[in-house]
Design a binder for this molecule. Structure first.
Ligand code: NBG
Length: 828
């Protein structure tokens, strides 16, 4: 009897691993709790259950991953390798549930076990392996690559500590280490068998090899091992599951052994600790570029591991490396992985014995480079001595690439030594530096900017000389974001309403949102639209209350600016408007002011004093305003600490107004602007980055424009920009700045904000004073429009209906067609 029952259950047992039914998953969760985690139900914590659910979902993903990997292997598909020092993934669980089409089933299984679904979901620590837009873009692109069935691998670094956790004490930012791995990470699979020993330091030797060819041998001082950890990336309603392969630094066993043999046990252990430090922490950006040795070593470790991994995979089917560029398209996400150009040359020439010219041809056909910034202080350039100490062989290779490259330039432009000097991979003006953007540009087949204006400015300014000598390399791919995470996951009620009206096909083809246009006049539809937004604001108000103690009114206008804190992003322009509102309230001029909640969120780089002072300023202004009874019911100012992907899910759907205030010509693209618009927020913004294209799409009449254009900003600099004149010419601005200096917002301390106001008065590098009057005027329009709710709602619907272009699916299709020449592959 017993064995018959057991054999009957047998087929079901496999279903528990992979089946999509509620019952199977319920059983799987209980099994995982015991068999994977070694816990039993009565003592299991919510985190134990979260892990059990995560393993349950992961099993389903792995089953699909195996099919995908097998298909790509069998078809030897051309593969995109996306190299990025940052992937800001955000929490996985809900995202996978949506992508796999198992959301309801998992939720029901969890609830059938008597567990609270939300509590469980909230257990997940997000992998914050990025600073902001650049890392989040990489994560959106992986989502779209999987969704579109493009053979792809993401390569990066498995930081033990991601972007710091931000705490606020007395209005100041404090950084706390992010221990995202503390409770384990169910979403990765360690691959100890996939590991590469990466050389560092030492010197080079040259001579003839057995065949009489000139060869260089790098004799490194030490080696550090990079070990692979794989994270599965699912696509929406797609059979393909791709890999994000992150490398973690470890000590090499050989090195340990050498020290052990000479009896230096502590030395060997120390080396182990030392090696592991390499991938301990993600470097914050937004500080002027600092040539930190550890950072260069991080970059080289992951890039070398990635290239060696590609060569290994390629070698499974191919004899020699001559067709490497046909198998792979490597995308350099900014210059952080640009050392790859020199490293591929080293691997091809030194290790695999390919001649220089052939190796250079392969290299140049393999790499493409995306630039993400126009800020000159952010451009990576390594001091030559430091570079030489870490990567002596690469310096030689770079010199050789440079010599050949500049020879060509001189042939094409005889006598133009200035041009050669500017194009050189080495900055020779004073202390010598290796220019990573130049290396990336010379070594790449295509170079792209991330929004139309940004690409134009790249060609005219930062990479102008490269554009002169090879204009055919340049093109634009405007950024996009995934509607799965930033709409389906974040705003389920809106998604249900949209799908009810136009069907669900828009989730894979965002341009179909245009079918919503016909509903923008439908009163009952608008009522439902408003109710959903109102509910999202209530949810955010609860979060605000819990995290800051501040009560906000969901009926007020939620005016939101969330992004890294930086002077060019001009959070302080926003605060000056808040002060202007406060002044009006004090004077009793509240006629056409809707009640407002002005919400800020974002991290400041730990070493960026001004950005930290802006955070303090926001808190100080909030404190004063809230202490004044006149502002009750009219104005609240909130700084929501530790803005991250998890918080973002709750913020974008609750916003009425999206603040995109960067000085024209400074923000490469922006992607938060797209997430807001996708959720129905209206934008107040400058003609900068992708704002230009968002406005073009949603219509000028549905966008609150203000400020100088990039060309006007340039013009002003040429004419001699003088903020003093602008301050003298605007009474409101003068009053606001003086109020800041009076100590009203700083408990009488007149000095606290002087560094900020003095910069505004004396230099105002970001032309805040120039844009102030038009910003205030635009904010007045915002206020008046908000009071006409019907009109506002209609504009909100039209924003969503016309935002289709900004899906990362569209962006990835463009990369595939215009840059990578990679096609989708049918799985199975
Ligand atoms: C950022 C830009 C943003 C842009 C993202 C993604 C860097 C270096 N650049 O404007 O500042 O949206 O990249 O392209 O982080």
């Amino acid at each position: 009897m017993k064995s018959a029952a057991a054999s009957k259950r047998k087929p079901k047992a496999t279903c528990i691993r992979t089946g999509g039914g509620v019952e199977e998953m319920k059983q799987a969760i209980l099994d995982n709790l015991v068999c994977v985690q070694g816990r039993f139900a009565p003592v299991a914590t919510p985190n134990d259950y979260y892990l059990a659910v995560a393993y349950t979902v992961r099993d389903r993903i792995l089953a699909q991953w195996a099919k995908t990997a097998h298909t790509y292997y069998a078809k030897a598909s051309r593969t995109v390798c996306y190299l990025s020092a940052e992937f800001l993934l955000g929490p996985h669980l809900e995202n996978h549930m949506i992508n796999l089409g198992l959301y309801e089933e998992v939720r029901q299984a969890v609830e059938a076990l008597g567990l609270d679904f939300r509590t469980l979901i909230d257990q997940e620590e997000e992998p914050g392996l990025g600073n902001g837009g650049l890392g989040r873009l990489a994560a959106c692109y992986l989502d779209s690559l999987a969704t579109l069935n493009i053979p792809a691998i993401g390569y990066g670094i498995r930081y033990e500590f991601g972007i710091f956790t931000q705490e606020i004490r007395d209005g100041w930012q404090q950084e706390v280490p992010d221990q995202w791995l503390r409770m384990g990470n169910p979403w990765e699979v360690a691959r100890p068998e996939i590991a590469y020993d990466i050389p560092f330091g030492g010197h080079t030797e040259s001579g003839l090899d057995d065949a009489g060819r000139y060869r260089v041998r790098w004799v490194p001082e030490r080696r550090i091992r990079g070990v692979a950890y794989d994270t599965m990336i699912t696509g929406f309603a797609s059979p393909s599951v791709i890999l994000l392969r992150l490398f973690r630094a470890e000590a090499t066993t050989s090195f340990d052994l050498r020290l052990f043999n000479v009896g230096d046990y502590y030395g060997a252990v120390h080396d182990k600790i030392d090696s592991e430090n390499l991938t301990k922490v993600l470097y914050p950006n937004d500080e002027p570029f600092a040539g930190r040795q550890l950072r260069l070593m991080q970059q080289f470790l992951f890039v070398s591991c990635a290239l060696q991994d590609m060569i290994r995979i390629y070698g499974q089917r191919e004899e020699n490396l001559s067709r490497f560029h046909e198998k792979y398209a490597i995308q350099l996400n900014d210059t952080h992985p640009a050392i790859g150009v020199a490293e591929l040359m080293r691997l091809l020439v030194d290790v695999h014995g390919i001649g220089w010219d052939k190796a250079w041809e392969i290299t140049r056909k393999t790499f493409c480079y995306t630039n993400h910034t126009l800020l000159s202080e952010a451009l990576e350039k390594w001091p030559v001595p430091l570079f030489h100490a870490v990567l002596p062989r690469h310096l030689e290779i770079i010199y050789e690439i440079n010599r050949r490259f500049l020879d060509d330039v001189r042939r094409g432009h005889p006598g133009d030594e200035d041009l050669a000097r500017r194009l050189s991979l080495i900055d020779e003006g004073g202390e010598r530096y290796v220019r990573m953007a130049n290396l990336a540009a010379v070594g790449s087949r295509r170079i792209n900017g991330v929004a139309r204006l940004h690409t134009d400015l790249l060609r005219e300014q930062v990479l102008n000389d490269f554009n002169r000598i090879s204009p055919e390399k340049f093109l634009n791919v405007t950024n996009g974001v995934t509607p799965r995470r930033f709409l389906v996951l974040s705003n389920p009620a809106l998604v249900a309403l949209i799908s009810e009206c136009i069907g669900p096909a828009w989730i894979r083809d965002l341009s179909r949102l245009s079918e919503l246009e016909s509903f923008s006049q439908d009163a009952s539809f608008l009522d439902r639209w408003r109710a959903i937004n109102r509910r999202n604001k209530e949810l955010l108000a609860t979060i605000i209350r819990t995290r800051t103690g501040i009560a906000t009114d969901p009926d007020s206008l939620f005016d939101v600016q969330v992004k890294r804190i930086h002077e060019y992003k001009r959070q302080h322009l926003n605060i000056l408007h808040v002060i202007a509102l406060y002044n009006r309230i004090r004077r009793g001029e509240t006629g056409d002011l809707p009640p407002r909640t002005v919400l800020f969120g974002g991290k400041a780089a730990p070493g960026y004093f001004m950005a930290k002072l802006i955070i303090k300023l926001i808190h100080a202004v909030a404190e004063t305003i809230h202490a004044d009874p006149k502002t009750a019911g009219l104005l609240r100012v909130v700084f929501l600490p530790n803005f991250n992907v998890k918080t973002a899910h709750r913020v974008y759907p609750a916003a009425d107004l999206s603040e995109q205030l960067s000085t024209a010509g400074k923000e490469a693209s922006g992607t938060g602007n797209m997430k807001f618009s996708m959720n129905g927020a209206l934008t107040i913004g400058t003609l900068d980055g992708a704002n230009v294209e968002i406005r073009e799409e949603v219509g000028a009449e549905n966008f609150f424009l203000f400020g100088l254009t990039a060309a006007e900003v340039e013009q002003k600099w040429r004419e001699g920009w003088c903020p003093g004149d602008a301050i003298a010419a605007d009474e409101g601005l003068r009053e606001a700045i003086e109020l800041l200096e009076s100590g009203v917002f700083s408990r009488g301390d007149r000095g606290l904000f002087l560094p900020l106001t003095r910069t505004l008065r004396e230099r105002d590098d970001y032309m805040l004073c120039a844009d102030y009057p038009s910003y205030i005027e635009a904010q007045d329009r915002v206020g008046r429009t908000y009071l006409r709710q019907k009109e506002w709602l209609r504009m909100s619907v039209l924003n969503v209906a016309r935002v289709g272009k900004f899906s990362s699916d569209r962006a990835i299709r463009e990369y595939c067609e215009k840059i990578w020449q990679v096609n989708p592959v049918e799985i199975g």
